[in-house]
Design a protein around this ligand. Structure first.
Ligand code: WT7
Length: 647
């Protein structure tokens, strides 16, 4: 984000006060909740914990030995029980839990009773494959109900799951399986994508070469295309389910037992296994899901994220199901078979709440209003966004063309690490400003600080930190507590460092400015520059690589790389495409660079650090910032002449 864009943002003075019609029916109607929660933060969270069913009550809200937190100490519960079983002793057992819409228009509805049966049976399948409390299970599935079923079956047994987004490559899958030392992998023969089949099982087979920890692979038959099954290791989901018994006792879990591990990108090449535990996480996601989305019993709630990301974990599976919501799950993309697919689905199921990402909204803007106008989307009553800053124009478009100027918009700021929404409006209470995620959720303490950790005055910018522990916070990095400390707690002592830059305005509203670390946000997905760089230098002809995020009108940021080749190598036509393909196959197509610039040298400091800031200036066609620490200025002249004017 440039200074001018920033100034424009801060002068953004449109604002929207919640409509009386909405407020008067909202789950939260008074702003007193903010002061109540800040006056007695722990009391507030203690009260929220009553939303869950505990097998044994907790004895202490928080045990904080910085930076290690334990919430709801000694409490016992089970996440799957809270999401499924407890809804069975009321009329809710016949309520739709999951409405599934396949890419090709096939659909399925699972009531809570159906979900209970499927989860229990699948938990028995996992048990028969040797899974017991504490064992890790990797899930590599498309957006089909079996993904939620598999997660909940793991939770039922107390086996931490690690869900890997289906768009990740075999190699990324392998790294994550090894890091978690998973015993079972759950995948599908393939997944549908724009009419083609993504060969998930074949990727899994590649990933498992040389991997000893995986004992069994469960394969869901989704596409029906032919796959190889390894005798003794691989089992079909439907075969195993047929034989499975329905009764499966729920494991009693400690509030601090691991619920799941979710890998995310950081500043080094190795993804971090973010660890979330059971009690605090469930309290955090259940409370926020209820209040932020103003959930009502008859809502049809649609979060368009993939279950492979934290948004899917917290706001497709755990939060909504614990609240007994009806969730819609869609397998495909917004433009297949046509560009009105989302609006068609909203019309088909009378969706009332839509939670999506700014990149999707900008794409819809580009396509034009005729697509939403061609469908009846008047059932919508609340809209949400997540993943990256939303530019005010996209916010206004969403408000007008999707929300019919009547739906409140909740711009929710949070992270894989926070587990739950941290900053957001409460739709019946908080005034909104297009482009701002407004203010922290009750019971959350967020601030903007300078380099030394002192709060900056209103109207200024700095680093975004979280001052106090919160229930759904990550507990550690899997098997790497040092990395947990170094990444999040070394910069500002007992404050959690988010990696984001932000400003707060005179009203105390927060305006997010993007990452200040070496993380790129492409369409709301985090990609570490170091991951892309190591994929590039892994290519035999490449000597050095530097990767940056370049502003992009639809994706937010695009991956752009600068590459030097080894001495004496003649570059031939097609080399750049070959390199792009190499990155896709190493990491996954989300990391595929938009551009790769070949250069003889990279700009470095005298101590040999690559100056990515200057590369960004070049790629974005800006005047170069401070070059005083640069070792060799000639490099820059070359790069500017060759690439600088292109953008
Ligand atoms: C990063 C976290 C949380 C689910 C999706 C991404 C950016 C997220 C917003 C927002 C501005 C946002 C931040 C954050 N981000 N939501 N509403 N406004 N920026 O989870 O992959 O862990 O990425 O996404 O930069 O640090 P994630």
């Amino acid at each position: 984000m440039t200074e001018t864009q920033l100034e424009a943002l801060l002068y953004e003075n449109r604002h929207f006060t919640p409509a009386e019609e909405f407020s008067s029916q909202a789950n939260v109607q008074s702003s007193d909740i903010y002061t109540e929660a800040s006056d007695d933060r722990l009391g507030f969270w203690a009260k929220q914990s009553e939303r869950l069913t505990w097998f044994k009550p907790w004895t202490q809200v928080l045990d904080w030995k910085p930076p290690f937190a334990q919430w709801f100490v000694d409490g016992k519960l089970n996440a799957a029980y809270n999401c499924v079983d407890r809804h069975l002793n009321s009329w809710r057992r016949n309520k739709a839990a999951i409405i599934f819409e396949g890419e090709g228009g096939d659909s399925r509805v699972l009531t809570y009773q159906d979900l209970y049966r499927e989860v229990s049976k699948f938990a028995n399948v996992l048990k028969s494959l040797g899974i017991k409390k504490g064992d890790r299970v990797t899930i590599y599935l498309p957006m089909i109900p079996e993904a939620a079923i598999a997660m909940l079956a793991c939770a039922r047994l107390g086996a931490p799951h690690s869900v890997i987004f289906g768009g990740f490559s075999a190699e990324s899958l392998k790294d994550r399986i090894l890091d978690a030392q998973a015993k079972v992998l759950i995948t599908a023969d393939g997944s549908f994508r724009k009419g083609n089949i993504v060969p998930l099982k074949a990727n899994a087979d590649n990933a498992l070469q040389g991997v000893d920890c995986i004992e069994h692979v469960v394969v869901v038959n989704r596409t029906g295309h032919k796959v190889t099954m390894l005798e003794g290791r691989d089992v079909w989901y439907h075969d195993a389910m047929q034989k499975a018994a329905m009764a499966c006792p729920v494991e009693t879990m400690d509030a601090e037992d691991i619920l799941f591990i979710l890998y995310t990108s950081g500043t080094t090449g190795k993804p971090k296994g973010v660890v979330h535990t059971t009690g605090g996480y469930m309290v955090g996601v259940t409370t926020t899901h209820d209040w932020v989305f103003d959930l009502k019993e008859d809502d049809v709630y649609w979060c368009t994220a993939d279950v492979g990301w934290i948004t899917g974990h917290s706001y497709i599976v755990y939060g909504p199901l614990a609240n007994g919501a009806t969730i819609l799950m869609y397998e495909g993309t917004p433009d297949y078979p046509a560009k009105d697919r989302y609006w068609e689905i909203i019309e088909k199921y009378s969706v009332t709440i839509l939670y999506t990402a700014p990149t999707a909204i900008r794409t819809f803007m580009k396509w034009g209003t005729s697509y939403p106008e061609g469908r009846n989307i008047s059932s919508l009553r609340l809209l949400g966004t997540v993943g990256e800053p939303i530019n005010p124009e996209a916010w206004m478009w969403y408000h007008k063309h999707i929300g019919g100027e009547r739906c409140p918009i909740v711009d929710t700021w949070w992270q894989t690490e926070t587990g739950m929404i941290m900053m957001t409006p409460l739709p019946g209470v908080t005034k909104t400003k297009p482009g701002s995620c407004t203010i922290p959720f009750p019971g959350i303490n967020v601030e903007v600080v300078d380099q030394s950790g002192n709060s900056v005055p209103k109207g200024s910018g700095g680093f975004l930190v979280i001052r106090e522990p919160w229930p759904a916070m990550l507990r550690t990095v899997y098997n790497d507590p040092d990395r947990y400390i170094k990444t999040y707690w070394n910069n500002f002592e007992e404050n959690y460092f988010t990696g984001d830059g932000a400003k707060w305005d005179d009203d105390g509203y927060f305006w997010l400015l993007g990452r200040v670390d070496d993380v790129i946000n492409v369409s709301g997905h985090r990609i570490g520059t170091a991951e892309v760089e190591s994929a590039l230098v892994d290519y035999p002809l490449v000597a050095e690589a530097a990767c940056i995020g370049k502003d992009h009108a639809v994706k937010g940021q695009a991956v752009v790389c600068f590459v030097t080749v080894k001495e004496g190598i003649e570059v031939i036509d097609g080399f750049v495409d070959e390199l792009k393909g190499h990155v896709s196959s190493k990491i996954g197509s989300i990391a595929r660079p938009d551009d790769i610039y070949l250069t003889a040298e990279l700009p470095k400091t005298r101590s040999g650090k690559i100056m990515r800031r200057l590369l960004r200036d070049i790629a974005e066609g800006r005047a170069l910032g401070d070059v005083s620490t640069l070792a060799d200025a000639a490099v820059l002249d070359f790069l500017k002449r060759k690439y600088g004017d292109e953008s």
